[in-house]
Design a protein around this ligand. Structure first.
Ligand code: ZN
Length: 310
């Protein structure tokens, strides 16, 4: 593979019922779907892999490209995982998402045969009165948790957080959470699709059936307390760092040098403005994959970007 050219990616799109049309209208996502709830901008997940837009592998999916080019492009840390480790999404919530929790690796590998999920959210944009749910408001017992799920009063004990643009949340596996309406979010997560739903606002689908809940499993994996990790406006541009991902905010005004070392690939997602790197342009809503060991590159332009790596 010509390791010197950034790989532009076309996202896989999801038209879940709670989504809106802002990703099409405001973020340049092209689609015939009337609703685009999620754009999976960096994805090797079988439910929706991203597709290569440029260079010698144009037209292949990201996992196909990695298979052809070899796993060295993931870097030493990137290829140390059994599966491609991360998934990056843009989410446009016009409606409320269900209250949910994701299991830890320990529980998930033992009981589900796949990895669990830790994720982080960066609030790209939001309505004036937008909020989300992040953990419990205070410590509760397992019995109370169960009772409140059964009698539809769970929301009363959740930590309801009003949000502003630029707020950041680290959602460790086991933390109960939900994105609510009016939020546009960039989500960086472990590459897993394991979600246990505990409450869905007593909604019915188009056939009149409630969505499936996973209360027994959720009871086993949920942390029944207030989250201990700081949240809201980030103290620095290092937004998150854990075993699975390191996420930085780049406020580009002119030029900046970016180094892609041999430990990990790098994903750049443009959220505002426009930029250019290695001869490839990057507009609002677009992303590039930079193979590991690319070395030093110059990022130019006026833009707000999110960089994710392993
Ligand atoms: Zn989640």
């Amino acid at each position: 593979m010509n390791n010197k050219i950034p790989v532009k990616l076309i996202p896989a799109l999801k038209d879940y019922l709670w989504g809106g049309d802002r990703l099409k209208k405001d973020y340049g996502i092209e689609s015939d779907l009337p609703i685009v709830a999620e754009a999976w901008v960096l994805s090797c997940h079988p439910d929706g892999p991203s597709v290569v837009a440029n260079g010698e592998y144009a037209g292949l999916t990201l996992p196909q490209m990695i298979e052809k080019a070899g796993t060295d492009i993931l870097g030493t840390r990137g290829k140390s995982f059994e599966f491609f480790p991360i998934l990056v999404k843009l989410i446009d919530a016009k409606g409320n998402l269900s209250i949910q929790v994701h299991p830890s690796d320990e529980y998930a590998l033992k009981n589900e045969g796949q990895y669990g999920k830790t994720e982080m959210w960066y609030v790209v944009d939001c309505d004036k009165d937008a909020y989300l749910y992040y953990g419990f408001d205070h410590k509760i017992s397992r019995e109370e948790f169960k009772e409140r799920i059964e009698n539809d009063t769970l929301l009363e004990v959740l930590n309801r957080v009003p949000v502003k643009k630029g707020d950041c949340f680290f959602i460790e596996s086991g933390t109960i959470h939900a994105i609510a309406k009016g939020l546009l979010i960039a989500e960086i997560q472990q590459n897993s699709n394991l979600t246990y739903r505990v409450y869905d606002y007593v909604r019915r689908d188009k056939n009149g059936n409630p969505r499936e809940l996973h209360v027994e499993k959720a009871m086993k994996v949920t942390t029944l307390d207030r989250p201990q990790i700081p949240y809201g406006q980030p103290k620095s541009d290092r937004l998150a760092q854990c075993k699975y991902f390191t996420v930085d905010r780049i406020r580009l005004d002119g030029e900046r040098e970016i180094t892609v070392d041999d430990e990990s690939f790098l994903s750049l997602l443009c959220l505002e403005g426009s930029a250019e790197i290695g001869g490839v342009s990057l507009k609002k809503g677009e992303s590039v994959f930079l193979p590991a060991s690319m070395g030093k590159l110059t990022l130019k332009g006026h833009a707000l970007l999110i960089s994710s790596r392993v």
